[in-house]
Design a protein around this ligand. Sequence first.
Ligand code: SF4
Length: 411
Amino acid sequence: MTQPVPTPHYPRRSTRQIHVGKVAVGGDAPISVQSMTITKTADVEGTLQQIYALAAAGCDIVRCTCNEIEAAEGLAQIVPRSPIPIIADIHHQYKMALAALEAGVHGLRLNPGNIRKPDHIKAVASEARDRGVPIRIGVNGGSLDPSLYEKHGGLTADAMVESAQMEMRYFEEVGFDLIKISVKASNVPLMVEAYRKLSAVTDHPLHLGVTEAGPLPGGLLKATAGIATLLLEGIGDTIRYSLTADPVEEARAGRQLLESLGLRERKNVDLIACPSCGRAEIDVIDVAKRAQDAFADKQLPLQIAVMGCVVNGPGEAREADLGIAAGNKRGHLFVKGRNVAVVPESEMVDALVDWANYIHEHGVDAALQRVDTTIAEREAARDRSALLDEQGADANRSSEKIVEIRKTVDG
Ligand code: SF4
């Protein structure tokens, strides 16, 4: 009998809720995924194209730089046509923040490390208050105010938290509290410590990220290490992977992390695959990659398995909604661990797509009724036993190798 998969529950730290356009952030709102465009914001069509691609990949909120007047003008045209809320990223020039608000953006991101004049900060906060537009205080370890750097003897978690608190005080002075905060650093332990300290002193929603995480795959690992650690402690209301890659990768990664932690409902295929071993009957890496490509743009909330052999595959992936395992040049399709069909090896990926669409439309029970499973079960049993006869239980020839090793050492 299969055991039910436990539903994860990580007690979430309670935060106030704000709205970035139509997206709620904080409180009991789902944790949202953010990314940032890498086009020139003045290039309206190019930027919108990227925003649509990001939204399709699971991005909830997108940030665009607003570094010049042309960018602000671009935002005025992008905002009404964007499928998701737009946040303007502001560095150094507070007037660009005012211009972005005029353009109708749904949020601002200010870096306290490079907009330091209290009057400028308050002017932006007052305007945002009047328009009901939230602001993220985006402290960045790499651009910390030099006075804080000096006071704390370098870049520390306390220095980053103090930077955020200073900015918050300016906002409070003008009665503005639609605030979201981030204290990003490229050093994972530092970033984790800074967010922990920040979450202990404020109930404003927090935006998580490991800044300048870098190219794949190292960047993904660093960002995941920092973001997942905090999410599992209940800290974080919105996240961004800062990768040196196509921003669509950032959105996909963010979405997949939340889905894999059970913090967002599954929207896309969760592709699982065995790591392959001496028993594999196919090039598992190649078939899994082709399956990944085939499902990349499909919104099918299913877990789908690619397994290298029919000996262990269907059993090991019995919790998957659908899977395929190779054996004797054939692909054995299984639904919830039960064999349903046999296809030629060359048609494995196409068969997966066909059955995935069927399950999505009609459900698992209907898929099991779709065909006479006894034929598929008999064929799978036959191929399984043929493989066991041919390879034995020790497909990696470990016992044989051990005998050889002993001979080498003893001889
Ligand atoms: S035993 Fe089969 S399913 Fe398991 S890793 Fe090896 S090839 Fe993959």
